[in-house]
Design a protein around this ligand. Structure first.
Ligand code: C2E
Ligand code: CA
Ligand code: CA
Ligand code: CA
Length: 275
């Protein structure tokens, strides 16, 4: 039982109470993680099918929790968003990602995930400018990945910020394409540099005619809009064959490589293709 502001006793389901307690714990741990630098980045290559080489890496956040070990972003990003901690965490990600990318050849880009809350926070443009200035990374090598959830509270200010980023030379990708409710309308609001086709369409693409038709439509639409495409979650050769035949621009997934640590990105870039 818990006394709320009005002095009324409220009784919670034990399970709910337990869930709330765990969230509170996670929040405290997250605050400490920011202060103590318990985060690290993994990098997953994005393979350019035309050039037949790695065109970039996506930075993926990892947290080494002192008791629970390595945690995936899906375990803590939602709490980081609700508590606003995603803003300082995202700032660290942006700086670390840009810094790492300066070690790569000039044609290799870095893609950075930006949550809706972080994107709409007042300091976001400054965070990008500072990360670029401190690292010395050329803006065209940075690609910001957003999902359509950034548009939910009104398109105007978001589209204006997207144009300012573009004016700086930064690229913008629309992530998880196809999973939202109105993805198509957002393609009219802003000329994205890239569309990332969600894994839920890519996984069945070689065995499900509907999935294949949807992926083909996304790729054809992107071509008409002069937008790049990346297929996410490519795990086998059958999927690769269909995507290649359909003219997909690049692939990302376990077939080519799992996310790796920063040092291993240099090895991947130096390794000639065996397939
Ligand atoms: P996402 O942006 O869609 O990232 C792709 C996810 O798919 C990554 O999971 C990646 O490890 C996974 N993946 C890649 N290839 C394959 C594959 O072939 N098969 C399967 N089954 N999975 C594959 P991860 O690293 O656990 O990240 C999950 C989500 O967390 C990301 O989804 C993104 O939304 C979010 N996230 C990750 N890093 C950050 C970050 O720095 N900031 C923010 N705001 N969100 C992040
Ligand atoms: Ca992403
Ligand atoms: Ca994605
Ligand atoms: Ca996804």
């Amino acid at each position: 039982a818990k006394r709320d502001g009005g002095g009324v006793m409220r009784f919670f389901e034990p399970a709910l109470d337990e869930a709330a307690r765990r969230r509170r714990m996670l929040e405290l741990d997250l605050r400490e993680a920011v202060a103590k630098g318990q985060f690290t980045l993994a990098f997953q290559p994005i393979f350019d099918l035309k050039a037949q080489r790695i065109g970039g890496f996506e930075a993926l956040l990892r947290w080494h929790h002192p008791d629970r070990g390595w945690l995936s972003p899906v375990d803590f990003i939602p709490v980081a968003e609700e508590t606003g901690l995603i803003v300082p965490i995202g700032e660290w990600v942006m700086r670390e990602a840009c810094r790492t990318a300066t070690r790569w050849p000039e044609h290799v880009r870095i893609a950075v995930n930006v949550s809706a809350l972080q994107f709409r926070s007042p300091g976001f443009q400054t965070v990008v400018l500072q990360a670029l200035a401190i690292s010395g990374l050329e803006p065209r090598r940075l690609e910001v990945e957003i999902t359509e959830s950034v548009f939910l509270d009104g398109e105007g200010p978001v589209v204006a910020l997207l144009h300012r980023l573009r004016a700086m030379g930064v690229r913008v990708a629309l992530d998880d394409f196809g999973t939202g409710y109105s993805s198509l309308s957002y393609l009219r609001s802003f000329p994205f540099d890239k569309i990332k086709i969600d894994r839920s369409f890519v996984t069945p693409v070689a065995r499900d005619a509907s999935a294949a038709a949807i992926v083909r439509a996304i790729i054809d639409l992107s071509a008409a809009l002069r937008t790049d495409t990346t297929a996410e979650g490519v795990e086998d050769d059958e999927q690769l064959a269909v995507l290649t035949e359909q003219g997909c621009g690049s692939i990302q997934g376990y077939l080519f490589s799992r996310p790796v640590d920063a040092a291993s990105t240099l090895e991947l870039l130096a390794t000639p293709l065996v397939r």
